[in-house]
Write a protein of this length. Structure first.
Length: 294
């Protein structure tokens, strides 16, 4: 079952009018968005529901569930990010992305989400991806690649990718008993554009490309440029009935859209990332003593 979440009143009204399951929080302050969605993730896991989170701009090209998610034993399975947070990228050679992941309702998942929310509450950068990576780094997760490793240059970073899954193990007794986490192959769930040609076997399952600007209009332009916008013009005005939703989806999408990956201006991306994480410092907040799962 699909449920759509958003932080915009117009999207909420549009989906409600068409009987599409959704929840909405009209928030304007970006850090509040990260905290609210993290609490939603935690609440879903608390009531025992496994779920896949997929950002709106993460475009699915093939169904990843049968191969990667249906029979997995890992508590959480993540796509790979770029280089945020930099501290983690230095230690691991890569980072986890919070824009596309599977979360199974296990004790390890609930503990990770709880500790991430606690960290996010007191971290001045107020970014759930930063907090999540730092929590796993603090827990001394050890990564083991199941496939060949290769590197990709990203600004000053040399990002380490794997041709297969990477599994994260914990050596601390309590965490080890709780299970493992995993990272999806980057070339199949792409965040950074790959310039090398891809074979049919290596065709991506999902493209969640990092764009220079996070604004809605800019995102649409970016997706169009890379052949990832497959909605027909005027799609938002097509009426839909809940019992014929599949017919409605087919009527508003353009068939056989072919993506084409183009080089991105790295200077634009860097400027956007720096502005995104520039937060005012507060002198009246006292950070509590960091907790430990042990």
């Amino acid at each position: 079952r699909r449920v759509h979440g958003g932080f915009d009143n117009d999207v909420r009204d549009w989906m409600t009018d068409r009987g599409i399951p959704q929840f909405s929080f009209p928030l304007k302050f970006r850090p509040a968005v990260w905290m609210v969605r993290l609490l939603i993730f935690y609440s879903i896991a608390q009531i025992g529901i496994d779920f896949i989170h997929s950002d709106t701009d993460c475009m699915w090209l093939r169904d990843p569930v049968p191969r990667f998610f249906a029979n997995t034993e890992h508590a959480m399975v993540f796509s790979q990010g770029s280089s945020t947070p930099g501290k983690t990228a230095q230690v691991w050679g890569f980072v986890l992305c919070m824009g596309f992941f599977l979360a199974r309702a296990t004790p390890l998942t609930r503990l990770l989400l709880h500790e991430t929310a606690q960290h996010l509450l007191w971290d001045t950068r107020m970014d759930d991806q930063i907090s999540f990576n730092l929590i796993l780094e603090r827990w001394s997760v050890q990564w083991h690649a199941l496939g060949q490793l290769y590197t990709k240059r990203w600004f000053r970073w040399l990002i380490i990718c794997s041709k297969d899954m990477r599994v994260g193990y914990f050596h601390r007794t309590r965490l080890r008993k709780m299970g493992t986490v995993a990272v999806l192959p980057h070339h199949l769930f792409m965040r950074l554009i790959m310039k090398e040609p891809l074979t049919e076997e290596d065709a991506p399952y999902a493209l969640h490309l990092l764009s220079p600007n996070t604004g809605g209009v800019y995102k649409v332009h970016f997706l169009r440029k890379h052949g990832l916008w497959n909605l027909n013009e005027g799609w938002e005005n097509v009426s839909v009935q809940p019992d014929i939703r599949d017919t409605w989806i087919r009527s508003i999408t353009a068939p056989n859209v072919k993506y084409h990956l183009l080089p991105i201006n790295n200077d634009e991306i860097m400027a956007e990332r720096q502005s995104r994480h520039r937060r005012p410092q507060s002198n009246n907040r006292t950070r509590p003593r960091e907790s430990t799962p042990l």
